[in-house]
Design a protein around this ligand. Structure first.
Ligand code: BGC
Length: 677
């Protein structure tokens, strides 16, 4: 009996392997046959990607000259165009081209499509891989229903500088957490696999080291040792490869003197040769053309030459390949085999998406309507939002709010804002569907509770005329909730800041309200770690809620009242001041480790600030307490490739249900190369 079962199992395994092999061969043969039929210009067309004229409220348009290109087969993919109807029409134009090769539609689906989920940095604070995967799954499902085949996500750039606006798009400072999250997001977007009608192809970006831009200034130079690159910045990309990410995007920045988009070491030696990666590499927006201002290419022609040689397959929005590549091949400067190699990968992506079989398979308007109206997506968004909240401080014990407090003052420039809840990089939001804290709180407060609202000041203004009203509202209330932070467009691409404190006069507003002596909860809404020294020292209860998406207000209200007990942990260090940056948890010990009292000790320290951050990576409180005991190691020695299990008992020693993220940090004390503390 056992033997028969074993035989059956190995037979079906063999069958599976050979079916896979057959379909691989079929795909390769299809791509090869098609490639043979293509003219050089048609091949280059597949490497050309342009943007439609993106508008938040449709219909998206594509200009007549781009449609002419599509009909000529001179455009292989389009970004910023979506909608089942719109993409169908464009696909019809593509089918009129000589070989009828379908288009691929791409979009930055960063944290939700129709339903806006928390910004990626916020989701990372959940440390909850299932929740993060589900968020990407729903985003993928909605995007695919709206005709999109390919998302430019996840951004897996490790980043240790909160001045950089794009920290909001990633998973924070840690290569390990970042790798786990990269995998979860790729799995979520790609669902059952590229080609499933409810999934989109993922894109690991921006390869590489974009998050290390000097001084946190976007697009700036990066320069680092190969060790740091491999140990800190590469792992999430490698994790994305392991998870099957269909595509990669090259970065804008230069790395050690060579721009990433023209960097053979990155795109060939590491990605192709070492990691054996077979997917498409797309340039970032206009990044091929930018090889010129970088000082790496003499002109656009030279830029096309250097990018294709380096291994960048698709030219997004530079128009360099379509203007110069044919000439470069004809003049013998670029071997046609290099172009073929890139085109093969693009055709294979289209094949895997099932577009050759049915170019309209993502253009179903009925499915679009049903999926985009699915109410369960909002519920999921609320759950993810709750899990993304980090309780930074509760020394006053004001949280959760006492249901008996019947007079609440809700103060601050973000209290009634719906728009800012969506964060940067949201797509199809409708302001009316975003829930502000005011709306969420009004729904949640116990019957008979009065909410006194006062804006107090603008997000980034110097106008103090609203202070008096805010102070009066606080005086007449039992407890004050203050919603402060950044506007949605103060973090994100091209949104670097040198001062990451509360903008405008918000801190002054907090001081004025604090002077009333009323208990205060500060709700910090932001797209990056911020410096909030005065608030941290004086206000006894602080919640970091980032930008939480469609369900922000409901989620925050539920956390304020303890319906959900916060369990988020910071994925990125909150410094005390900009002067400490870069500051991250896995620093080296140095030869002169210093006590944290900032006395002059000739230790590695400052004379005007502690070394320690305000809130460390991994920090996050709960309304309950947890005790750790019985720490055990499965072995006290481990070989280099060995395995050790560390276990412990975690007891909820408080009076409420709660969840805890158990974190383990290790340090190799002595090595031929020093290791982080
Ligand atoms: C960003 C990319 C994005 C691309 C397309 C660029 O400016 O850096 O992350 O995918 O635009 O929208």
């Amino acid at each position: 009996m056992k033997k028969t079962l074993l035989l059956m199992m190995s037979l079906s395994l063999a069958l599976f392997v050979s079916c896979r092999h057959d379909s691989e061969t079929m795909a390769d043969r299809f791509v090869e046959d098609l490639l043979q039929k293509m003219t050089l210009e048609e091949k280059i067309g597949q490497l050309n990607q342009l943007s439609g004229d993106y508008r938040q409220t449709g219909p998206n348009r594509v200009s007549a000259d781009k449609i002419a290109e599509i009909e000529k087969g001179a455009l292989g993919s389009v970004l910023n165009v979506f909608g089942a109807e719109t993409t169908r029409k464009l696909q019809e134009h593509a089918l009129k081209s000589r070989l009828g090769i379908p288009l691929v539609f791409a979009q930055d689906v960063i944290h939700g499509f129709r339903t806006t989920f928390p910004i990626p940095l916020a989701e990372a604070a959940s440390w909850d891989l299932e929740v993060i995967e589900r968020s990407a799954r729903i985003a993928g499902e909605e995007a695919a229903a709206a005709g999109i085949h390919w998302t430019f996500a996840p951004m897996v750039d490790v980043t240790r500088d909160p001045r950089w606006g794009r920290v909001m798009e990633g998973a924070g400072e840690d290569p390990y957490l970042g790798s786990q999250i990269a995998r979860a997001r790729v799995r979520g977007f790609q669902g059952a696999g590229v080609g499933a009608v409810d999934a989109v192809a993922a894109c690991a970006k921006h390869f590489a080291a974009y998050g290390a831009a000097q001084a946190g200034r976007d697009y700036h130079t990066t320069d680092m040792s190969e060790r740091t690159l491999r140990e800190i910045y590469f792992p999430p990309f490698q994790a994305a490869v392991d998870a099957g990410a269909a595509t990669f995007m090259s970065a804008f920045n230069e790395l050690n003197g060579v721009p990433a988009t023209g960097n053979r070491f990155l795109l060939r030696t590491v990605l192709r040769d070492e990691w054996n990666y077979g997917g498409v590499v797309v340039s970032d927006w206009g990044a091929i053309r930018e090889l010129v201002p970088h000082g790496y290419a003499a002109d656009d022609r030279d830029a096309a030459f250097k990018a294709i040689l380096a291994g960048c397959d698709i030219d997004m929005e530079s128009n360099c390949y379509n203007r110069f590549l044919a000439e470069l091949v004809r003049q013998g400067e670029v071997p046609e085999a290099l172009v073929d190699e890139a085109v093969r990968r693009v055709l294979r992506l289209k094949y895997d998406l099932g577009l050759f079989e049915d170019p309209f398979r993502f253009c179903d308007t009925v499915r679009e309507q049903t999926v985009l109206a699915d109410a369960s997506h909002r519920l999921a968004a609320r759950e993810v939002a709750e899990r993304s909240v980090v309780l930074l401080d509760n020394k006053s014990g004001v949280l959760p709010l006492d249901a008996g407090a019947r007079r609440i003052a809700l103060i601050g420039p973000l209290a009634k804002s719906e728009r800012d809840m969506k964060g940067a990089w949201s797509i199809q939001w409708d302001d009316r569907e975003l829930v502000s804290l005011y709306e969420g709180l009004t729904e949640r407060v116990p019957v008979g509770t009065e909410i006194r609202y006062a804006r107090g000041c603008g997000i980034d203004s110097s106008d103090r005329s609203g202070f008096a009203e805010a102070v009066a509202a606080a005086r007449a209330s039992d407890v004050v909730v203050m919603a402060v932070g950044e506007a949605f467009d103060m973090s994100g691409e091209a949104r670097s800041r040198t001062d990451i404190g509360l903008p405008g006069v918000q801190e002054e507003l907090i001081k004025a309200v604090w002077a009333t002596g009323k208990p205060i909860v500060v709700v910090l809404m932001c797209g990056r770690p911020m410096t909030i020294e005065w608030t941290a020292e004086h206000v006894g209860a602080i919640l970091c809620t980032w930008w939480l998406g469609s369900e922000a207000g409901n989620a925050i209200a539920r956390v304020l009242y303890g319906d959900y007990n916060p369990s988020g942990k910071l994925p990125m260090t909150f410094p005390r001041s900009v002067g400490q940056i870069p500051l991250y948890y896995s620093l080296k010990n140095t030869g002169r480790p210093a006590p944290d009292d900032h006395a002059i000790s000739y230790g590695s320290a400052y004379i005007d600030s502690p070394n320690a951050p305000r809130y460390a990576f991994g920090h996050g409180l709960s309304y309950t307490t947890f005790d750790y005991s019985e720490l055990q190691l499965s072995t006290d020695r481990m070989s280099v490739d060995g395995r050790m299990v560390v276990s412990c008992t975690v007891t909820n020693s408080g009076s409420r249900d709660g969840e805890e993220v158990v974190q383990l940090y290790v340090r190799d004390l002595v090595g031929s190369v020093t290791r982080p503390v």
